[in-house]
Design a protein around this ligand. Structure first.
Ligand code: SF4
Length: 279
């Protein structure tokens, strides 16, 4: 068996930075909690929990003496305000790329123009961006949703950072038909498109494609969809225990990629287990 590991597999810059902030707190002996799971990966969340960093779902649940870590997805302005009002110290691990989108939509909405976000309405990153976008904000994930909605004549369009390029373009095409004065900022993160493009290439040539990541992670699922379109024998696994050993032959080329929220230690475990299958 030949194993090929994607160069862009695993933690993106923003997630890595957020995890480093959390471990720095632990090293400094600061009691902290995260607002929502820091990373969309159950194994890493459990590792953090065992190390002493739990997650809460609102600033109201932060106990006296605890510091609140904001994850890479970012949060709406009300969360900063609530933390300030409650006197909660905050470590802001919002990814700088996401923070730049917050600034962009806030500036644009100050001129009272509409903001359109192309992405999943229930994704925390999208909800946070919407929070910075003023009162006239639309969220679309399908061209059909645009067709059904009356839109103003002038708007700014931004994208969820992890959305697939094809989806962004198909939704944008419909928006262009309805909004004559449109400013488009393609805010898809380069880390996402590099990983997607690499996964496309790997899955087109591999016999077996393995995507490592949380079953609840949106970007991992998109990566898996991409791979499945090119390699019928694609598998999405969370841990080395889920490796489909019976489906892998000794002469197969197996390619490995991982979502942006998959830690390196988990990827290494999967690679080691795969290497041991025929040794
Ligand atoms: S995918 Fe890109 S924008 Fe999102 S957290 Fe990672 S580096 Fe930041």
């Amino acid at each position: 068996m030949k194993l090929v590991i994607g160069k862009h597999a695993g933690f993106c810059f923003g997630v890595k930075r957020a995890a480093e902030e959390a471990y720095k707190c632990l090293d400094a002996g600061i009691a902290c909690v995260t607002l929502g799971p820091l990373i969309h990966n159950p194994q890493e969340v459990e590792r953090l929990r065992q190390a002493g960093i739990a997650s809460v779902d609102s600033p109201a649940k932060v106990k006296p003496g605890e510091t609140l870590i904001l994850r890479s997805h970012g949060v709406a302005p009300e969360i900063y305000q609530e933390a300030r009002e409650r006197g909660i110290p905050v470590i802001d691990a919002t990814c700088p790329h996401v923070a730049a989108i917050h600034r962009l939509v806030r500036e644009y909405s100050e001129s009272r123009d509409a903001v359109i976000i192309v992405g999943e309405a229930d994704h925390p990153e999208v909800r946070a961006i919407a929070g910075w976008a003023g009162s006239t904000v639309y969220i679309f994930n399908e061209p059909e949703q645009v067709r059904r909605t009356a839109l103003p004549g002038r708007a700014l369009v931004v994208a969820q950072t992890t959305i697939k390029r094809e989806r962004f373009e198909s939704v944008l095409e419909e928006i262009r038909l309805k909004v004559p004065d449109l400013t488009v900022r393609n805010t898809i993160c380069a880390a996402t498109s590099q990983r997607q493009e690499e996964a496309e290439k790997l899955s087109a040539s591999a016999d077996v494609m393995i995507v490592v990541g949380g079953h609840n992670s949106s970007n991992t699922n998109k990566l898996y969809e991409t791979c499945r379109q090119r390699c019928r024998r694609s598998y999405l696994i969370e841990t080395a225990d889920e490796i489909p050993a019976e489906a892998i032959g000794e002469t197969d080329t197996v390619a490995l990629t991982a979502g942006a929220s998959t830690p390196q230690w988990l990827l290494n475990e999967v690679a080691e287990r795969l290497n041991s299958l025929f040794s």
